[in-house]
Design a protein around this ligand. Structure first.
Ligand code: ATR
Length: 278
């Protein structure tokens, strides 16, 4: 079709990606003529694939696991958050430039806001120190919680994460603190976020009952994964009804990518329930 705008998502595995459906729904709202494909790409053929898609006239790409760091490496222009997070999930081809941004953090913050979960001046417990946690913490810090507690199964990674983000946190008057996964001192959390991939390999919650008991009565638990109730969510439900998976974050990060490419703000309200019905 003439004048069709070409986009795609790259990752491995990719067959279950919902990004094409989401972007086509956004496009429908503004009557934009676009195609949105998904390509199963691994790290070995990533650079060559990007260049081919650029030559083929693609305007932008979403990048998902395990390629977000490789995408960071290939871009010659980066937003501040992508540069800090060393992660790119949104590429825009503009002239000779490959521009990288990361919308995962904004996706999380916007979804929390949709769910009326406040971050400002609150105590956040961020579980995990891999790509997902590091991809979200820039926006978490910018939302100015009082404190972010960092933890990880491999504790040295949580310590490194604090070291890496500490000056940015201080600049935003946010306190970063590391705690062991099996901590036993009395703490109070307003929000617990699971940014680990533990549900892909384990049937156990990465957090103990003790940690969930440190959640304030009006607190919430957020799982970045989506598609099924994870052990983290099951444990969280024993403490509160305010438990959410990452489907809303997926929709909101897509909306932020759409905004970068089209300078339009799509309606996201009913998309989560539509995706659940698929
Ligand atoms: P991603 O980019 O998806 O975050 P990653 O960089 O491999 O992937 O990080 C995965 C995160 O999940 C890490 O924090 C990892 O902990 P380790 O650093 O100790 O590996 C965490 N994780 C994975 N499986 C876990 C499990 N069964 N229990 C607790 N944490 C787990």
């Amino acid at each position: 079709m003439k004048n069709i705008k070409k986009f795609a998502v790259l990752g491995h595995p990719i067959s279950h990606s919902l990004s094409p459906q989401i972007h086509l729904l956004f496009a429908k709202e503004f009557a934009i003529n676009l195609e949105y494909k998904k390509f199963d790409i691994n790290k070995d053929n990533f650079f060559e694939s990007i260049n081919r898609l650029k030559i083929d006239g693609y305007q932008g790409l979403n990048i998902t696991l395990p390629l977000k760091n490789a995408a960071y490496e290939i871009c010659n222009k980066l937003s501040e958050r992508a540069s800090f997070s060393k992660s790119v999930n949104t590429i825009t081809f503009l002239g000779d430039n490959i521009i990288g941004d990361s919308t995962d953090g904004r996706g999380l913050i916007n979804d929390l806001s949709n769910k009326k979960i406040k971050i400002k001046s609150k105590n956040i417990f961020l579980v995990g120190a891999g790509g997902a946690a590091n991809g979200a913490i820039y926006d978490l810090i910018q939302s100015k919680p009082e404190k972010i507690f960092l933890t990880n199964r491999t504790f040295t990674k949580a310590i490194e994460m604090k070291k890496y983000w500490n000056s940015f946190a201080k600049k935003n008057q946010v306190i970063l603190e590391t705690i062991n996964l099996d901590f036993s001192n009395k703490l109070y959390f307003d929000l617990i976020i699971n940014a680990t991939s533990s549900s892909l390999t384990s049937q156990h919650s990465p957090l103990s009952e003790y940690a969930f008991n440190c959640l304030k009565d009006e607190g919430a638990c957020y799982e970045m994964m989506y598609g099924f109730e994870t052990p983290f969510m099951t444990k969280a439900y024993e403490k509160t009804d305010s438990v959410y998976d990452g489907l809303g974050m997926l929709v909101e990060q897509a909306a932020a990518s759409f905004n970068i490419w089209h300078q339009l703000v799509p309606t996201t309200e009913n998309i989560e329930s539509y995706l659940k019905s698929l």
